[in-house]
Ligand binder design. Structure first.
Ligand SMILES: [Zn+2]
Length: 84
């Protein structure tokens, strides 16, 4: 996700330099970020529904191993390579 954000910013900067306006690139970057974030926002706790990527008000690009709200073990419902 952080790589995607950097890529999106880089893309906006590159197109902005080439074409002088970045409206289209900015829109494309937003769409891309939504597309990249969609699966992340789908990783919710099976017991209480809390998103595994939220720690308080912060969104972290890797999920919690244990739900911060109800303590459910999310390691078995999330991909093995997703946990820290
Ligand atoms: Zn939970």
């Amino acid at each position: 996700m952080l790589g995607a954000v950097a890529l999106a910013v880089l893309m906006v900067v590159m197109v902005d330099r080439v074409y002088g306006h970045s409206t289209l690139a900015f829109a494309a970057a937003i769409v891309m970020l939504i597309f990249v974030n969609a699966p992340i926002l789908g990783f919710n706790c099976p017991r209480c529904g809390k998103n595994a990527f939220f720690r308080g008000i912060f969104v972290i690009p890797w999920p919690n191993r244990i739900c911060t709200r109800c303590g459910e073990d999310l390691d078995r419902v999330l991909p093995k390579n997703a946990g820290g």
